[in-house]
Design a protein around this ligand. Structure first.
Ligand code: NAP
Length: 305
């Protein structure tokens, strides 16, 4: 990195992990309501693997003329603040940038982002741990909001992919909305699922009042919902058509600095787990993507540029 450029990982032509390129791009100054952050940590999420594989290019959801940015959540330190920002340089923050159609991402040494989308990282919370929170914590909050309060007499919620990053948070949050939560996970995930106060199933059985489908089983998961129940998915571009009176929907994660601040505080206190698999430098991002793409990883790969 020079004073005028910084390194970032992008996709020019999608084709899997080996199509990730690390390039130098010009530093930009923050505008009104924006901050420039020196990124300390960014996580590898399944959506980044899908972007590198060209999943979103193939359906026309990415229209970038030059290159596509990778990375959704980050933590770091503010190095410059635009007009109208009351956070000073030196403040530690974390945040989320959403959407797949953008030329920049959080796999980068620097990032310019709206201050409304970040939250201050509490003292005592490590920046690597903080980077694991924004995308999946906020996604889980939005899923639980879409599920709504559990109806009287019909509060059995199945969370598929319960040992995953989003699924784990849903286990923790949905109980506060009156749901009796069961996680569908691998047998080896039993301790994790039960520690969050949920029951475990390792096979799909039907008859649930609601299913939150973070394992993207889609039609198979819809079949598990009772007549008139609720299905909430994580693929907004592929929401199953309603059947048997089931309400179907999906969320698209969006940043919310205020909610993120609460999540970070609950992580700092130890109430919510910060799940880190490995910490790797930006130069090893291709290896991280290859491992995540195979499945079976618990906790996030965290990239430190
Ligand atoms: N729409 C949005 O805004 C949004 C936001 C965040 C995430 N997402 C999507 O949500 C999904 C989950 O994300 P994540 O970060 O939680 O992924 P993750 O950490 O990889 O978790 C997925 C979990 O599902 C498990 N799984 C898959 N098939 C299963 C099955 N048949 N039975 C039991 N467990 C199964 C996986 O286990 P194994 O590893 O053992 O296979 C893994 O533990 C991804 O597709 C992601 O792209 C969407």
């Amino acid at each position: 990195m020079s004073n005028s450029t910084f390194r970032t990982a992008v996709i020019h032509t999608p084709g899997g992990p080996d199509s990730i390129d690390i390039i130098e791009v010009p530093v930009t100054e923050p505008g009104r309501g924006e901050v420039r952050v020196a990124v300390a940590a960014a996580t590898v999420n399944p959506v980044d693997v899908a972007v590198a594989n060209g999943v979103f290019h193939a359906i026309g959801a990415v229209q970038q003329p030059k290159h596509t940015g990778l990375g959704w959540d980050f933590s770091g330190t503010i190095v410059a603040a635009g007009p109208g920002v009351d956070l000073a340089p030196g403040t530690r923050v974390a945040g989320l940038i959403g959407g797949v159609d953008r030329d920049f991402g959080t796999y980068a040494e620097q990032l310019v982002v709206a201050v409304a989308d970040v939250a201050v990282v509490p003292d005592g919370l490590d920046l690597v741990d903080a980077a694991t929170v924004p995308l999946n914590g906020q996604t889980a909050i939005q899923i639980v909001e879409l599920l709504g309060r559990a109806p009287d007499g019909g509060n059995r919620l199945l969370v598929t992919g319960a040992a995953g990053a989003v699924g784990g948070y849903i286990l923790a949050f949905a109980q506060n909305s009156g749901w009796r939560v069961t996680g569908l996970a691998r047998p080896e995930d039993e301790e994790f699922v039960r520690a969050l106060g949920a029951d475990l199933v390792t096979d799909t059985t039907p008859g649930w009042d609601a299913v939150a489908d973070t394992a993207t089983l889609q039609g198979e998961a819809l079949e598990l919902v009772r007549d008139g129940g609720i299905f909430v998915g994580v693929l907004p571009e592929d929401v199953p058509a309603p059947i048997r009176g089931i309400r179907t929907g999906a969320i698209m994660a969006h940043p919310d600095g205020a909610k993120l601040a609460e999540l970070l505080a609950r992580t700092a206190s130890g109430e919510l787990p910060a799940r880190v698999h490995s910490v790797v430098p930006l130069d090893r991002v291709v290896d991280a993507h290859k491992t995540v793409a195979k499945g079976g990883v618990r906790g996030r790969y965290v990239i430190t540029p």
